[in-house]
Design a protein around this ligand. Sequence first.
Ligand code: NAD
Length: 438
Amino acid sequence: MKIAVIGSGYVGTTTAAVLTSLHHHVTAADIDITKVKKLKQGILPFVEPGLDKFLISMLETGRLNFTADIYQAVKDNQVLLIAVGTPSRADGTADLRFLQSVADTIACSIHEYKVIVIKSTVPVGTNRWFSDYLGNKIGNPHMFDVISNPEFLREGNALQDMLHPDRTVIGGKSQKAIQIVKEIYESMQSNLLVTDWETAELIKYASNSFLATKISFINEIARIAEHAGADVVEIARGMGMDSRIGSEFLRAGIGFGGSCFPKDLKALIATAKELGADSKILEAVEYINRTQPNFYTEKLNRLLQKIAKRPWKIAILGLTFKPDTDDQRESPAIQVVNHLLEECEEIRIIDPTIQTRNQTPWPHEQKVTICRTTTESLSGADAVILCTDWEQFSNIDWKEAASHMRHPVLLDGRNMFDPDDIRSAGMRYLALGRGEFE
Ligand SMILES: NC(=O)c1ccc[n+]([C@@H]2O[C@H](COP(=O)([O-])OP(=O)(O)OC[C@H]3O[C@@H](n4cnc5c(N)ncnc54)[C@H](O)[C@@H]3O)[C@@H](O)[C@H]2O)c1
């Protein structure tokens, strides 16, 4: 099949490469010319394990193309799969201007029947709105059909998730379009769920919000465990042994971030409000997550006030919202740094994916140093905070680390380490919900 993927970010690029591997002819289009130039050369503009090599091999088939000419991509392909961003507005609602701009482009280029597949995460009602908006613009609602096909991949595992999805959700009204989309994914082993637009849209939001709920739930249990002198890591282990609960997404830490969970949770709360429905659980999940980074840093503040003179020097291990990605969007590590900057003389950050210091604008930029090695980041520090559990941090020699620090204090924002190992290396160890309330 001839497919145009509109938007070549994390989702669009992965989708384009995977659809090529399913023997389709794919044109991936993006308005960002620099991105398109890189992708044409097989250079990924973001970090995603395994996707770089896969992309090159798919380019070599000759069936995958990248272009900045969206009009031509629309004209040349029967299926238009949209994967543009749907970021949060200040009030939490989803900003659909990129989607609207794609609709405007399609309206100017459409001359024959198209199946438009919305892969972007969009609030309930958006597929219906898109269909009405485009139909009104071109004055012919029969020139196209719209299908909701939400994407569930995780950054850091995007390629495998897309090659082996747990499920494929197809939402729409037109049986003809549903059949075409089924054929696109025909050779994939996946549970297929065909439903209507609204249900498909809500499956995506409900799934992300449920996973976010598990994280905030265990974070709340960690706060209780801390007062009770219990160990949340063991609690999560015990809970996870129950197959009805499952062990995933039960790791207490500084909270979830990234471009999906926080945004989708806020958008679902906003949708519930618009519809006049209750969203008490979702609001609590959002509240716990919003307060979680500061809950942790306050713990460190209380200790440092007793043992170290201000202004402090703090080392930060990891800035991305999780390992194996370079995505810093809504990373709780950013909130940790911003919360501490005022009190600090210097914050020294190390993250395997930091290229420049401009990715995140800091309010007191002169206080932020990007380091190349862990030792450099720890040198003279009053404390170190593990914000992202990158594999490479698990190999730190803490005895050696302690010798470089002014005060050997580790705040483990991901409960990554064994408290006994760290303490026996001469470090003061702070975690969340692991039996010690500072
Ligand atoms: N990143 C994830 O892990 C993930 C997972 C599942 C679903 N999603 C959803 O998928 C969507 C895309 O997410 P992403 O992380 O790939 O976003 P992204 O920001 O990485 O990529 C979006 C791309 O769309 C391009 N774009 C914007 N307007 C355009 C237009 N008019 N025409 C062509 N290209 C245009 C941008 O230049 C950008 O390259 C979002 O709705 C997101 O919520 C993301």
